[in-house]
Write a protein that binds this ligand. Structure first.
Ligand code: MSP
Length: 538
């Protein structure tokens, strides 16, 4: 739902962001990981009935982009336009990402705001002119401290390497403008202390606290040796440092200096999702920039882990050739969205393996979940002509299912919506699915069906109603993660006619029993998760 379509304009929005991605190249599995997680979080909050602003976008200035464009013989703007329109936006559409806005740092709505913000800091004497010489990694777009560099071996023998990119740093020497970051160490530490959830998970928080305790240096916020960036308003020989430009996207999209009402309702973000490599920018520099302006700080910065390949962070150079589309064409988009959140604890590193994906798809999606949905629909078709019968003979077994559902909903809601423990949230729903499978195996409706007495029919009706109503709740709870299959299930249960659109079902109420009306038309559609064609394995 777009914010503009919401009923109330006064309530605050739940504001979630991904990092804005460098468009030096096409998106890969690592970028999609964050973007799917943000999408699941924001869909979950929409299904709590909240108004949400889910923001993603692209980071288009700086040397890294400029060099990528130069190497292809096009202008940086042409390069960005092509990649955004032909690779980034189409991938997000393909992965069913329901972002409310897509910001590009080359848009005028942004460049003007950045100039205003920086000018304001300059006027407040938070910025001064100085010079700097030090090692710089263009991959990170960051000056590095000598102590954090690695010694190069083999082809890079004798050179100092960036610890993230494992490539040689460049020694830069420039006249720059500096932001007085060093003055904010104490205030930042006080904020971390007073807001223990500001940086998550715990390991990320500790890393940042230790870093800030060592003392902060002032931050170079302009560059003068190239011009692909936003001009410093009071000195046109400089462009604004790409990270200052980029971080401000979160303010621009919330209406900073443009739409005070929107800004008030939206800013600051409730959650900034970031990879752990860019945690310091978000948990140190960004809050200090906001403090310097007297603006409120974000609710939470969550540093997730990396998708790894061969023990290294997955990147363009070590992708082993697997693109998100290679996985979705084999496993489907829903399974793709589900797999990474299911298999990897959010906040920790995790490795991707085709075999693991395949095994989990078959056992959890196709067997546990898909078979349950198709068996229940088939039995309602066979024994009740596809009309949902009434449950009139509830007993202890049914009570146990109601109780399990209550627990599943509470756990899923707190894990998925509050703790960002997507794995825990998904598991809570799949544990419930297992319970429903166990219930059906124990109740043996196919044997009960042989008993044609009134009592036997009532029992059969109760079992099948219980199973169908459980699936109704599962569709609601899995919609944020797997919207396409959840909709199929919703359709197969004939739920839309009486309950309305799936996306409008509130997750907190998913355990309220008896929502699916007796008499609903249940149809057995195509399998939710068809068997995999393993001959197609990459
Ligand atoms: N442009 C900056 C972000 C500016 S936000 C104000 C940037 N861009 S990036 O494209 O290099 O990276 C964006 C995000 O992708 C980061 O959060 C990074 O951690 C994430 N990932 C890149 N490779 C990744 C993996 N292999 N695994 C998980 N996430 C990874 O940094």
């Amino acid at each position: 739902m777009k914010p503009s379509e919401c009923e109330s304009s006064s309530a605050n929005l739940f504001y979630v962001t991904t990092p804005i991605f460098y468009v030096n190249d096409t998106p890969h599995l690592g970028h999609a990981y964050t973007t799917v997680a943000g999408d699941v979080l924001s869909r979950w909050h929409r299904q709590r009935g909240e108004r949400v602003l889910y923001l993603t976008g692209t980071d288009e200035h700086g040397q890294k982009i400029m060099r990528a464009a130069e190497s292809k013989g096009v202008t940086p703007q042409e390069w960005c336009d092509t990649l955004v329109n032909e690779s980034w936006k189409p991938l997000w559409q393909h992965l069913e990402i329901a972002n409310d806005d897509f910001i590009r740092t080359t848009q005028a709505r942004h460049t003007v705001r950045v100039q205003e913000f920086v000018q304001d800091l300059y006027d407040k004497e938070q910025i001064y002119k100085g010079s700097y010489e030090g090692p710089y990694c263009v991959g990170c777009e960051e000056y590095k401290l000598p102590g954090e560099l690695l010694d190069g071996g083999a082809e890079f023998a004798g050179q100092k390497l960036c610890p993230v990119h494992k490539r040689p740093v460049e020694i830069l020497s420039e006249d720059n403008y500096f932001f007085k970051l060093s003055e904010f160490g104490g205030k930042l530490l006080a904020h971390y202390e007073a807001n223990p959830d500001f940086i998550q998970p715990e390991s990320a928080r500790n890393e940042v606290v230790n870093f800030v305790r060592q003392g902060l240096q002032d931050l170079s916020i302009s560059r003068s040796t190239f011009n692909w960036g936003i001009t410093v308003p009071w000195d046109e020989k400089h462009v604004i440092y790409v990270w200052v430009d980029a971080l401000l996207n979160y303010a621009t999209a919330a209406g900073y200096n443009e739409d005070p009402e929107k800004f008030e309702a939206t800013f600051p973000a409730d959650v900034h999702l970031v990879g752990k490599d860019i945690l310091r920018f978000h948990a140190v520099i960004w809050p200090a920039m906001l403090m310097a302006q007297g603006l409120p700080l974000p609710g939470r910065i969550f540093g997730h882990g990396w998708l790894m390949v061969g023990g290294e962070k997955m990147s363009k150079s070590n992708l082993t050739g697997i693109k998100p589309q290679d996985l979705t064409s084999h496993f489907g988009v829903d399974a793709y969205r589900w797999y990474f959140l299911r298999a990897i604890t959010f906040g920790q590193d995790g490795s991707f393996s085709w075999e693991d994906f395949s095994a989990r798809y078959t056992s959890e999606l196709a067997n546990d979940y898909g078979n349950l949905a198709s068996r229940v629909a088939a039995m309602i078709g066979k024994y009740f002509d596809g009309t949902l019968p009434a449950a009139t003979a509830d007993g202890a077994a049914e009570k146990a299912i109601h109780d399990s559902l209550l627990k599943a909903v509470a756990t899923a809601d707190s894990r998925m919506g509050d703790k960002l423990d997507f794995q825990g949230g998904i598991l809570a729903v799949f544990d419930f699915i297992k319970q429903v499978n166990g219930y059906i195996s124990e109740q043996e409706p196919w044997n009960v069906a042989k008993d044609k007495s009134e009592e036997g029919t009532a029992r059969l009706a109760t079992i099948l109603y219980t199973a169908a109503e459980s699936l109704r709740a599962v569709a609601v709870l899995l919609n944020a993660v797997m919207p396409e299959s959840s909709q199929k299930l919703w359709d197969s249960l004939g739920a839309e006619a009486s309950l309305g659109a799936l996306a409008d079902q509130h997750v907190q109420e998913a355990a309220t029993w008896g929502q699916l009306p007796t008499g609903a038309t249940v149809t057995k559609g195509a399998a939710l998760f068809p068997r995999l064609d393993d001959s197609a394995q990459a």
